[in-house]
Design a protein around this ligand. Structure first.
Ligand code: ADP
Ligand code: MG
Length: 316
């Protein structure tokens, strides 16, 4: 497997929704890269724009502006044929496996649907491929004729993963893939995702709330706040040496993370502001324990603080 090759590059990506005659800046000018074979973790409070960002990568949302390059190709500027190939390469696993599986279809129909749509295999080979996918996701072959309601939450997530793998993708957005599952099942699904990554050489964007899980699976981690990436660093660097006050606050609410520099528990004041009316200057200044006057005036840019460690704070 070729490692460290650039797989995905995002430049000045924005998604603004029109809501009640106002612009809701769900994702507001983010740029980053994902290397082949790595897992980029993406964390931040609910509403910070993580899912919107993930969906834009798969073209489930059309960006308001900005560029997405997949293997150096601008995915908004390619032929239909090329786009179909890119679509096969990029898949998504959702948080709620129940609502993302059609209840009227059998598992066999659910898993073979992408194969039918993309017509990648002759009919007689589709059967074999479905068996292979059940095997990969550790589901018994007799699952094929059953319906989603006959499975537990963890099994349904396996079905969702099998479907996402049907077209042999290279890149998968995992959007909170374990948040809706029982704690006892979460580790099994995490192990499966890790095994699949190794076996199939997958690249992940891993969105999650659980910082311990993100730390465990990610090569690097990006932190989002109100539509912006405020910090991005290799995983251990981020957990041991967080630079942005927002990252510090997020980490301090997880004392069990056992980071080297233990911070006292920083309680964030108030809720996350509405992205319809984001604060001026640094969007975090209204909740930041270190904010200075300048922070409400000028928006900090994401810049390199240490090697490979990016942060967007005026105090660095
Ligand atoms: P996260 O996944 O980090 O919780 P989301 O990407 O789901 O955040 O949402 C970011 C912001 O965009 C939220 O304020 C949300 O309400 C808003 N949003 C998401 N999808 C839409 C949509 N289709 N129309 C309008 N607003 C949306
Ligand atoms: Mg989300």
């Amino acid at each position: 497997m070729i490692k460290k090759r650039k797989m995905l590059k995002v430049k000045n990506l924005k998604k603004h929704f029109r809501v009640r005659k106002k612009l809701l800046k769900a994702v507001d000018d983010v740029s980053f890269e994902i290397k082949a074979g790595e897992t980029l973790g993406l964390v931040g409070e609910s509403g910070s724009g993580k899912s919107t960002l993930g969906k834009m990568l798969l073209r489930l949302h059309k960006p308001t502006s900005g560029k997405i390059y997949y293997e150096d190709k601008d995915i908004n500027d390619i032929s239909r044929k090329e786009r179909k190939l890119v679509q096969r390469d990029m898949q998504i696993i959702f948080q709620d496996p129940y609502s993302s599986l059609n209840p009227k279809l059998t598992v066999e129909e659910i898993i073979s649907e992408p194969l039918l749509i993309h017509r990648t295999l002759p009919k007689n080979e589709q059967n074999r491929r479905v068996d292979e996918l059940l095997d990969l996701t550790r589901l018994p072959l007799r699952s094929k004729q059953k319906y989603p309601y006959e499975f537990s939450g963890g099994e349904r997530q396996r079905i969702g993963i099998a479907r996402a793998l049907a077209l042999s993708p290279k890149f998968i957005v995992c959007d909170e893939p374990i948040s809706a599952l029982d704690v006892s099942i979460q580790a099994q699904i995490m192990n499966l995702l890790e095994d699949l990554q190794k076996e199939l050489g997958l690249t992940y964007l891993f969105i999650a709330h659980d910082l311990a899980m993100v730390r465990h699976i990610s090569t690097r981690v990006a932190v989002m706040y109100l539509g912006k990436i405020v910090e991005l660093a290799p995983t251990e660097e981020l957990f041991n040496n967080p630079k942005h006050p927002y990252t510090e606050a997020l980490l301090s609410s997880y004392p069990e993370l056992n980071t080297r520099k233990r911070k006292s528990n920083i309680i964030l004041a108030g809720d996350i502001p509405s992205p319809l009316t984001p604060p001026s200057g640094c969007r975090f200044h209204t909740r930041c324990p270190k904010a200075l006057f300048a922070c409400s005036e000028k928006e900090p840019k994401l810049k390199e603080i240490n090697r490979d460690h990016l942060g967007a704070c005026h105090l660095d």
